[in-house]
Design a protein. Structure first.
Length: 124
């Protein structure tokens, strides 16, 4: 039964990743005018956001890696957002599994910080 559940989750992830609308540019909505790029780095801000909403025990931490997604460090987090899946899911984009799973969409200022971090080149 556990194997069937894991297979179903994996199939759902594959469908979600492949059907995410990559043509939608979520970064167009980013308002970085009041976001200080010197302090909106992975280390000073984004890691705390990701750890709080994504990379906690039982979800996308290094041990659990729900749906095969590990957001426990800079490199892994950057990779998820570089390929477009991260933005699609946190923005509850069409064809994407909305994250946090079974939760409300992240606050707009939190999403904006992530989008500005990306726009500013994923500063570590």
């Amino acid at each position: 039964m556990k194997k069937i559940l894991l297979l179903a989750i994996f199939a759902s992830l594959i469908y979600t990743v492949s059907s995410c609308n990559k043509d939608t540019d979520f970064l167009e909505d980013a308002d970085c005018a009041n976001v200080d790029s010197a302090t909106n780095t992975y280390t000073t801000n984004i890691k705390n956001i990701v750890d709080t909403y994504c990379a906690y025990s039982g979800c996308h931490d290094a041990t659990t890696q729900a749906s095969g997604i590990n957001l426990s460090d800079y490199s892994a987090t950057k990779n998820v957002f570089e390929n477009g899946d991260g933005l699609c899911t946190i923005n509850h984009g069409s064809g994407c599994e909305p994250m946090p799973l079974n939760g409300s969409k992240l606050a707009s200022d939190v999403i904006n910080d992530i989008e500005c971090w990306i726009s500013n080149g994923y500063t570590e």
